[in-house]
Design a protein around this ligand. Structure first.
Ligand code: FAD
Ligand code: EPU
Length: 337
């Protein structure tokens, strides 16, 4: 057990915020993880679990033990003529898993190509993109209870998955460490290409025959054209969730803003936060070292030495101005620490 002290977390979060961890260690397997959790308990230190740091905003030094999860491995548990069940270590890089499954010709994850971060974090907010969320391919997960160090299995119904939501962000917040996730993938393809610009991109690329790889490549090129690469500009993807408002409110807004985009769902109409933020005048605005991205206003960025506090302050101003203009509340997707 190698526990480092006073470590900068700048390289461990995609916003590139320079805050420190009092203690820092890496868990390569379940035994490491349990030993570290026991160490923290015996010294009465708090614990923060870290994957790829692509959905956190550091607003202060962390007076705790940061455990970075690097539990690896992909195990084929079951195979039928139609499906496979694979158990994947929480530390596996999400996009590496996607590419591996495409190589095996196992379908289900292709629309989720190029999402940063780790497999262990994927159930936290039920990651989603291009018309697919992981709940559709999720079978179960194993997690260590931070109180008694037992390993517990969660089936899909136990996780309360919703849009960017799960039980692990609410009732079970900071109670479990996810150590593996099991996915059920298809050997016979079920291509989903109706969302956004996938179909158009496939046409532009001259794809005549659909394949998992062709869809993944199309998603990758759309994402590269829209989202800033955290290696170049610090960011955490969409900073806010897309709000769903009652259909009646949407119709009222449409009278004043005939161009307002909206997508009906079971609860009402989902309005793109990017549109609301752009209309409120924030797109491309820069304030010192932080700002609102010029192509995708839902992404707040750190140009270099911005602080978490600067980003929080900017996000609050955006929330207030969107509320003043549209009476719609934006909720952050990013986890503030
Ligand atoms: P971290 O940021 O390290 O952690 C996130 C949260 O999960 C923290 O609260 C952490 O404590 C907790 N956590 C992490 N690992 C574990 C574990 N093993 N057990 C228990 N708790 C854990 N998200 C989408 O859904 N769709 C997208 O299209 C998308 N696009 C993005 C694009 C960019 C450019 C960026 C930077 C981010 C994007 N995101 C997207 C957000 C992010 O990639 C996901 O939320 C991802 O799952 C975070 O993984 P991570 O390993 O980096 O988690
Ligand atoms: N828009 C504008 N101005 C812009 C850009 C976009 O008005 O400058 C409007 C347009 O109406 C556009 C709409 O916003 O049609 C949607 O934009 P986009 O397709 O870029 O998607 P998004 O709603 O911004 C969501 C997810 C992404 C996910 C993509 C693709 C959320 C909060 N974000 O983004 O997830 O990759 O769809 O499915 O749901 C993330 O969670 O971090 C993330 C990047």
């Amino acid at each position: 057990m190698n526990i480092l002290e006073n470590i900068s977390l700048k390289a461990y979060n995609t916003f590139g915020i320079d805050k420190k961890a009092k203690y820092f260690s890496i868990a390569h397997n379940l035994e490491d993880l349990i030993a570290l959790l026991k160490w923290a308990k015996s010294y009465e230190e708090k614990v923060l679990i870290l994957g790829g740091g692509s959905n956190i905003l550091l607003t202060q030094d962390l007076n705790c033990l940061v455990i970075k999860i690097e539990i690896m491995g992909i195990t084929l548990l079951e195979e039928t003529p139609d499906e496979v069940l694979i158990e994947v270590g929480a530390g596996v890089i999400w996009h590496d898993l996607v590419l591996y499954t495409i190589d095996q010709n196992w379908g289900g994850l292709e629309n989720l190509s190029l999402i940063p971060g780790t497999v262990g974090a994927s159930p936290m907010q039920n990651i989603g993109a291009y018309g697919v969320e992981i709940k559709e391919v999720f079978e179960n997960l194993k997690a260590v209870d931070r109180n008694d160090f037992s390993v517990r299995k969660f089936e899909s119904a136990d996780c309360n998955f919703g849009y960017r939501e799960s039980i692990f962000k609410h009732e079970f917040k900071n109670q479990f460490v996810i150590c593996s996730v099991t996915f059920r993938l298809r050997k016979s393809p079920d291509f989903k290409i109706t969302y956004g610009a996938i179909q158009q991109t496939l046409q532009e690329k001259g794809v005549n025959e659909l394949s998992l790889k062709a869809i993944s490549d199309a998603v990758i090129s759309i994402r590269k054209s829209k989202l800033p690469d955290p290696k170049e500009i610090g960011n955490s993807g969409s900073f806010f969730k897309n709000p769903t408002i009652p259909n009646s409110e949407f119709e009222k807004l449409k009278e004043n803003y005939p161009d307002i985009p909206g997508y009906k769902n079971e609860e009402g109409t989902k309005v793109p936060a990017a549109w609301l933020i752009e209309q409120a005048g924030w797109k491309g605005k820069r304030f010192g070292d932080v700002g609102v991205h010029q192509n995708q206003p839902l992404v707040l960025v750190n140009y270099g030495n911005g602080s978490g506090e600067d980003i929080v302050a900017l996000s609050k101003k955006i929330q207030m101005s969107v509320f003043d203009k549209f009476q719609i509340e934006l909720s952050p997707e990013v986890n503030f620490l």
